[in-house]
Design a protein around this ligand. Structure first.
Ligand code: NI
Ligand code: MN
Length: 218
C-alpha cells in the first residue's frame, strides 16, 4: 500500500512500505512543517529546484540518512560533499529500487545558476504519481498525461510563485489525472488559497485535501 505523508508546503514523502521517497525537503523555517529534519526518513530525496522552500534541509537529511538525492546536476551539486546524488535531466528516466523516476519540465526559475526547474513522474507501489514542483500552467502537461496514466497529480495552487487555483484546475484537465492533491499554499499569506474553492473548479477528478501532518492512502 502506498502512503502520501504530507509534511507541509511542498514537502511530502511517498512510502510503499519498503522504500521512502522524500520530495522537496523544506522544514527548517517552514511555518507549516510538521516534522523536524532530524526525524524525517528517506531512502531517496527528489528535488525539483534550488529555491530554499524546496531544498532547504536536503543536505542535512542526506548526510544523516545516507539517502540518495535525485535532481538536475546543478541543483544536486552539494559542492563535492560526502552525500550521494544522481544528476539527471529533463526527459530522462531513472530506474530505482522502488520503480522509476521520469524528469519532466516545469516553468519556473531554478534557484541556481545553470540549472532548470523540473517536475517528476514517479512509478511507485503500483501507482503513477506526478509532482509538478513549482510551475505555471503549460500545455505540454497534456503530453505528460499521454505518456503515463497519472493516478495522482500533486500540484501547487498557491498562486503568486506558481499557478493558482484556476490554472491548477486546467492542469488537472490537461493531465487527465484521476486524483489531485493540492500543495504549496497557505504556508504564508502571499500564497493563501482556499482548497475548497480549488475543489469546486476541478472536473472529472477527485481532489484530496490533505493537511500538513496528515497522510493519505493512495
Ligand atoms: Ni520555487
Ligand atoms: Mn516554491
Amino acid at each position: 500500500m502506498l502512503k502520501f505523508n504530507y509534511y507541509g508546503h511542498a514537502c511530502f514523502q511517498l512510502d510503499d512500505g519498503k522504500y521512502k521517497v522524500l520530495f522537496d525537503p523544506f522544514l527548517t523555517g517552514n511555518p507549516a512543517a510538521t516534522i523536524k529534519p532530524d526525524k524525517v526518513e528517506a531512502d531517496y530525496i527528489l528535488i525539483t529546484h534550488a529555491h530554499g522552500d524546496h531544498c532547504g534541509d536536503a543536505y542535512e537529511i542526506l548526510e544523516r540518512t545516507g539517502a540518495t538525492a535525485v535532481g538536475i546536476p546543478e541543483v544536486t551539486d552539494f559542492g563535492g560533499a560526502n552525500v550521494k546524488a544522481v544528476g539527471m535531466n529533463l526527459g530522462g528516466t531513472l530506474k530505482l529500487l522502488f520503480g522509476f523516476v521520469r524528469m519532466v519540465p516545469a516553468l519556473h526559475s531554478a534557484g541556481v545558476g545553470g540549472g532548470t526547474p523540473c517536475g517528476y513522474v514517479v512509478s511507485i507501489g503500483g501507482k503513477i504519481i506526478y509532482f509538478a514542483g513549482d510551475t505555471c500552467l503549460f500545455s505540454d502537461m497534456k503530453l505528460i498525461g499521454e505518456r503515463d496514466k497519472i493516478d495522482y497529480a500533486i500540484l501547487p495552487i498557491g498562486d503568486h510563485f506558481t499557478m493558482g487555483i484556476e490554472d491548477a484546475a486546467k492542469a488537472v484537465e490537461f493531465l487527465g489525472a484521476k486524483n489531485v492533491i493540492p500543495v504549496h499554499y497557505n504556508t504564508w499569506d502571499v500564497i493563501k488559497q482556499d482548497p475548497e474553492e480549488f475543489k469546486k473548479l476541478v472536473k472529472n477528478a477527485a481532489v484530496h485535501i490533505v493537511k500538513p501532518g496528515e497522510s493519505l492512502e493512495m
